[in-house]
Each structure stands twice: as C-alpha cells, then as structure tokens.
Design a protein around this ligand. Structure first.
Ligand code: SF4
Length: 104
C-alpha cells in the first residue's frame, strides 16, 4: 500500500515502473535491496542498464528518497547526485587540514 502523501503523478509513475520495468517478476527481486553487499547490487544494476524506464525510475527514487537500487543507481549514487544538484550543501564542507574558506 502506498503512503497517502504521494501525489497522483508519483502513484502513476510507480504503477508504470511496477508493470513495465525490466525488474518486474525478476526471479531475484532481492538484488534490488542488497543486504549481502555490492555483488547483488551489481547484478541489479546490469538489469537496470537495459530498462527503458531507468531515467523515470531514478527521478522517482531521488524524489521519494527510496532505498535500494532504482533507475541504475544505488543509495550512494543518488546521494552524490543530490549533492551535485545542490552545491550549497558543499559550502560548509572543508578538506581535512583546511579551515573553512581556505583553498588547497
Ligand atoms: S530502472 Fe531498474 S529498478 Fe527501475 S524499473 Fe527498470 S529495472 Fe526496475
């Protein structure tokens, strides 16, 4: 059951992914929610690479902060994409050994 706070568009997107994604009815759905390490994630990423919905799927996961492999990205990949999209998030970060505002 979907959470009530998702928009109708998000609900339609999820329904499309759940009916037309390359992972639908895959014999190893656990690959998309890897708990056994990167090997399973790599297998899921290979399936995603052939999926025509991967862009839509990635945007959905980015928007709704989903966990696991979505749209050919892992949790870490999507966190990097969020940081790249919001450069101000980097403003408070410094390299080790440098003071805030100091450049290497
Ligand atoms: S991109 Fe990957 S996770 Fe998304 S629907 Fe396609 S196969 Fe499934």
């Amino acid at each position: 059951m979907l959470p009530n706070d998702r928009s109708r568009a998000a609900t339609r997107t999820l329904a499309t992914l759940n009916s037309h994604g390359a992972c639908v009815r895959h014999p190893h759905p656990d690959w998309w929610f890897p708990e056994r390490g990167q090997d399973d994630a790599d297998k899921a990423l290979r399936v995603c690479a052939s999926c025509p919905l991967r862009f839509m799927c990635r945007e959905y996961a980015l928007t709704w902060h989903e966990e696991g492999v979505w749209g050919g990205t892992t949790d870490c990949d999507r966190e990097e994409l969020r940081l790249i999209a919001r450069p101000l998030d980097w403003a408070g970060m410094t390299l080790p050994g440098l003071e805030l505002g100091e450049t290497a």
